[in-house]
Design a protein around this ligand. Structure first.
Ligand code: ADP
Ligand code: MG
Length: 232
């Protein structure tokens, strides 16, 4: 199993108040699969994704990604893991505003060791002609495509997407989802994506429904819907 999560728990303490966000979550995903975590706002989706991606820590339980026991890594090892294994895509793109599109990809850590060139990934997301533009000169959908190019330039083993279409209109959302399916096919990248939109879950082989920090349903889709046919 490429991702294996077992009995994962996480609480946040704010002053006197403790909120339990993950209550013994278990899930798994095969290599090369697209998985979706589906659930309402506040159900713990981002917390789960962040722990899998090594930008947050659990209180207990295990996360194993590609035979690496992520939950046992030291802080330094976790930094290497994030840099060498993981690509992240967020709802609000997180591009650096005063750098061009090309420079936003160039600043990725260890870019010189990347298997792909900046031009290759920009070509893959259809934005080679925008290489010298600044983020604010692009539409939301285009900015998200840049952030996808930035996430895949190092050919990450796992691409984690936190509501990647949350800020986009229907047409741009479809383009982004199509691009993610293409990347999954073309590079064999395993993708785990968060959404609160159940229509999107048809594009994944596996769907975990989360509610209040617990997995309440696991759905295995026999037929995967191409993103261009998704309706909502
Ligand atoms: P989702 O992504 O499903 O909307 P999150 O994982 O972001 O849910 O958050 C789940 C719960 O944990 C929410 O109630 C949120 O307020 C709380 N939470 C998330 N991050 C923190 C934090 N750093 N400190 C305190 N509470 C947090
Ligand atoms: Mg979230």
């Amino acid at each position: 199993m490429f991702i294996k999560v077992e009995n994962l728990t996480k609480s946040y303490k704010t002053g006197e108040v403790t909120t339990t966000v993950l209550k013994g979550v278990a899930m798994e995903l095969h290599k090369g699969e697209i998985g979706v975590i589906l659930g309402p706002s506040g159900s713990g989706k981002s917390t789960l994704l962040n722990i899998i991606g090594g930008i947050d820590r659990s209180d207990s339980g295990t996360v194993i990604v590609d035979n690496i026991k992520v939950t046992k890594l030291t802080d330094d090892e976790l930094t290497d893991y994030r840099r060498d294994f993981i690509g992240f895509i967020f709802q609000f793109y997180n591009l650096i505003p005063n750098l061009t599109v090309g420079e936003n990809i160039e600043v990725v850590a260890n870019i010189s060791k990347s298997p792909f060139s900046i031009d290759e990934v920009l070509e893959a997301v259809g934005l080679l002609d925008k290489k010298n533009r600044f983020p604010k000169e692009l539409s939301g959908g285009e900015q998200q495509r840049v952030s996808i190019a930035r996430a895949v330039v190092k050919n990450p083993r796992l691409l984690l997407c936190d509501e990647p279409t949350g800020a986009l209109d229907f047409a741009s959302s479809r383009e982004i989802l199509k691009l993610l399916q293409n990347i999954n096919k073309r590079f064999g990248t395993t993708i785990l994506m968060i959404t609160h939109n159940s229509a999107i879950s048809g594009m994944a082989g596996q769907v975990y429904r989360v509610r209040s920090g617990e997995i309440v349903e696991r759905i295995m889709n026999e037929t995967i819907i191409p993103a261009e046919r998704i309706e909502w």
